[in-house]
Design a protein around this ligand. Structure first.
Ligand code: NI
Ligand code: MN
Length: 226
């Protein structure tokens, strides 16, 4: 399978039978190497409601006739706007034709802007995808938490983890997260998008290597084969 990074927490995972787009954020994303309408997908996987994870979800879902997979509240929110959706809740998974998506815990908030007050859209989640004999975990936005150990028990071929600090765990906590998750490969995300989450991905990879973890920072637009 092929994984492409679009900056922030936005990735495209191309499996044998479907293209999965995680947390679409092209419009207004200073790191995005392409525009939202340049990307095609069959499924859109959304970790939580915040704008920097959902802003292009509806337009892409409509244009590609893609199914949006997220927590129940986010699924209903986008279904009401005409998207095809599949709602889950943490701990639950579903076997799609391409493989399985399971929602995992995350410690973060989940809301959408709606006039003066945000509306709340369930809880923030992580996304565990099993396809083509591999497990890929997208942590969403999260703090460090001990139950990451349970997610790691699945045996992770790749873990996409936030390192930006301020809104999510920063590099120090992300190193502990790697001890809990023990993925074959980790890819840092949710950093360098704005000044308050500026981090050095290469320095993080060096520190992780000293602790026995393989970390590969990707440039926006870069792809790797898992
Ligand atoms: Ni967030
Ligand atoms: Mn975020």
């Amino acid at each position: 399978m092929r994984l492409t990074f679009f900056g922030h927490s936005c990735f495209l995972l191309e499996t044998d039978r479907a293209r999965l787009l995680f947390d679409p954020y092209f419009t207004g994303n200073p790191l995005a190497p392409v525009a939202a309408d340049a990307v095609g997908c069959d499924y859109i996987l959304v970790s939580h409601g915040h704008e920097d994870h959902t802003c292009d979800a509806l337009a892409i879902a409509r244009r590609c006739d893609a199914t949006l997979v997220a927590n129940y509240e986010i699924a209903e929110y986008f279904a009401a706007q005409g998207a095809k959706t599949h709602g889950l809740n943490p701990g639950g998974g579903f076997n799609f034709p391409f493989g399985r998506v399971k929602l995992t815990l995350a410690h973060h908030t989940s809301s959408a802007e709606a006039g003066l007050k945000p509306i709340y859209l369930g809880v923030a989640c992580g996304l565990l995808v099993s396809a083509d004999g591999k497990n890929v975990y997208h942590a969403g936005d999260t703090a460090l938490f001990l139950d990451l150990q349970l997610i790691g028990r699945a045996g992770l071929d790749a873990a996409l983890i936030p390192i930006g600090d301020n809104y999510t765990m920063g590099p120090d906590d992300a190193l502990v997260a790697l001890d809990f998750l023990r993925p074959k490969l980790a890819i840092p995300m949710h950093y360098n998008t704005w000044p308050e989450i500026a981090q050095d991905g290469a320095a993080f990879a060096t520190r992780a290597a000293a602790a026995g973890h393989a970390v590969r920072p990707l440039l926006p637009g870069e792809s790797i084969v898992l």
